[in-house]
Write a protein that binds this ligand. Structure first.
Ligand code: 4NP
Length: 144
């Protein structure tokens, strides 16, 4: 069965929607979504400067809207990918008893960066894109 993949960051307006958009371009056959561990930006499109940097690389994500990660996502997805270790901890804190869905660091799949640094704070949107593209390529090749 197709692996359903969920990308998770903090706000769901910079890193995880970008990861989703890059990955769906590589693996349009797999169901994908993204979410944030925080609810600050629920309903908003991806952050303008993030979209602009992505658009220069041919990545479109203006159709995406932010939502918050919820415990039920453990049942709705087969693989949950955290952009950094804080995200991973916050996701694991919501794991329902008995849920076996793996939660992994996105960068484990194809970058030695260890995390996707948050460009909302670093302002390095291109640096985040470089890491996201490398990890998405590795993930695309790793999944059946
Ligand atoms: P993201 O970046 O987690 O990559 O979407 C952030 C965007 C907004 C905020 C935090 C992180 N914020 O606190 O508003």
């Amino acid at each position: 069965m197709a692996t359903r993949v969920l990308f998770v960051c903090l706000g769901n307006i910079c890193r995880s929607p970008t990861a989703e958009a890059v990955f769906r371009g590589l693996r349009p056959d797999l169901p994908t979504d993204s979410a944030g561990t925080a609810g600050y930006h629920v309903g908003e499109p991806p952050y303008g400067p993030m979209q602009a940097a992505a658009r220069k690389r041919g990545i479109k994500m203006d159709d995406l809207r932010a939502r918050q990660f919820i415990a039920r996502d453990f049942a709705r997805f087969d693989l949950i990918l955290a952009m950094d270790a804080d995200n991973l901890r916050n996701i694991e804190a919501l794991r329902p008893a008995g849920a076996a869905t793996p939660v992994r660091l996105f960068t484990d799949f194809g970058s030695d960066a260890g995390a996707v640094p948050d460009p909302y704070y670093t302002r390095d949107f291109d640096g985040a894109l470089d890491i996201i593209e490398a990890a998405a390529q590795g993930l695309a090749e790793a999944l059946d």
